[in-house]
Design a protein around this ligand. Structure first.
Ligand code: SAM
Ligand code: DTB
Ligand code: SF4
Length: 338
């Protein structure tokens, strides 16, 4: 098996994206088969523990306070509510529970509250994951000590396109948080969003930044922009679906052992497009009818798609969350018994 590389150049990544479609897919699928079961897809869920009211200006995000998207701000959910959701998820077969908060970064006074949530979920025997914005080194350590296993923090777009999309922080800030997360001994879940008006060369820039991190992320979420009314990107032209598949395929070639997650935007994708993405190397999805604030395909539809494609659900291993509660996912694995 070829060695896993961390020295991809921008030219090499762009050359991959520029390949004829069939050549790129053949290459990605071959890498996929070398490293993964091509008929297995990890199934994950999310809980928004603090929604809306975010001070950041990410042009894609319905949770930014400054845009009028109809998403109301809530306080951090309490322990009982989060535990009830985690128990529900566990009863349905979930082994990992991911908590998302609409924060630029947690305040130090939030950390004990989130640590309590993490500790309680961990005590249920579940793996834990969180996405809370930027973390200092000491915050990352405190979360790790509370029992956190994974941290999701996306680079989101190419370094040179970042300032077109977000003005309230810099690309460098994301790299710094990822370093704190790694140094604290947490596993990383890190990807980006495509379809925000970036060029193919800029998609190569995002992929190169991900594939040259000191450690490849355990999980690489590839989000397709969900165009939410009220955000600056609401009127963005839809990305050519083949460009989306190319991005997934290139991620698979560049980061062969990582779980590549088909994340936001699946509700707007045809079954055929999703099938092409699975062939190109995507092997993780979010399950459940809501992501953080936007819609996700309904469970029955996902069940039927898996059945039609002969895909079985994998219990979590390497992604942000898991909900083999794909329970009754129509697959042939043990999750059907959950
Ligand atoms: N506030 C934290 C942060 O930004 O790191 C954590 C939550 S934030 C909502 C998590 C990720 O959701 C973002 O990094 C972005 O990749 C994704 N996201 C948000 N809005 C999206 C949209 N409209 N379409 C696609 N992905 C989106
Ligand atoms: C990720 O990369 N995608 C998920 C998860 N990590 C936290 C979030 C997608 C959010 C899509 C917009 C929303 O539902 O608010
Ligand atoms: Fe806030 Fe995260 Fe949304 Fe940006 S992506 S506005 S940081 S919740």
């Amino acid at each position: 098996m070829p060695a896993i590389r961390h020295d991809w150049t921008r030219e090499e990544v762009l050359a991959l994206l520029d390949l004829p479609f069939a050549d790129l897919l053949a290459r990605a699928h071959a890498v996929h088969r070398q490293h993964h079961d091509p008929n297995a897809v990890q199934v994950s869920t999310l809980l928004s523990i603090k929604t809306g009211g975010c001070p950041e200006d990410c042009a894609y995000c319905p949770q930014a306070q400054r845009y009028h998207t109809g998403v109301g701000a809530t306080a951090l959910l309490g322990l009982d509510e989060v535990l009830a959701k985690a128990r529900q998820a566990r009863a349905a077969g979930a082994t990992r529970f991911c908590m998302g908060a609409a924060w630029r970064s947690p305040k130090d006074r939030d950390i004990p509250k989130v640590a309590a949530l993490i500790g309680a979920v961990k005590a249920l025997g579940m793996e834990t994951c969180a996405t809370l914005g930027m973390l200092s080194a000491s915050q990352a350590r405190a979360l790790q000590q509370a029992g956190l296993d994974y941290y999701n923090h996306n680079l989101d777009t190419a370094p040179e396109y970042y300032a077109q999309v977000i003005h309230t922080r810099e690309f460098r800030d994301r790299l710094d948080t990822l370093a704190h997360v790694r140094e604290a001994g947490l596993k990383t879940c890190c990807g980006g969003i495509v379809g925000m008006g970036e060029t193919r060369a800029q998609r190569a820039g995002l992929l190169q930044a991900l594939a040259t991190l000191p450690v490849h992320p355990d999980s690489v979420p590839i989000n397709r922009l969900v165009r939410v009314a009220g955000t600056p990107l609401a009127q963005q032209d839809e990305l050519d679906p083949f460009e989306f598949v190319r991005t997934v395929a290139a991620a698979r070639v560049l980061m062969p052992a990582s779980m590549v997650r088909l994340s936001a935007g699946r509700k707007q994708m045809s079954d055929e497009l999703q099938a092409l993405c699975f062939f190109a190397g995507a092997n993780s999805i979010f399950h459940g009818e809501q992501l953080l604030t936007t819609d996700n395909p309904d469970s029955a539809h996902d069940r039927s798609l898996f059945e039609r494609l002969g895909i079985h659900a994998l219990p979590a291993a390497g992604g942000a969350t898991s909900d083999p509660a794909a329970a009754g996912c129509g697959c042939h694995c043990s999750c059907a018994a959950a």
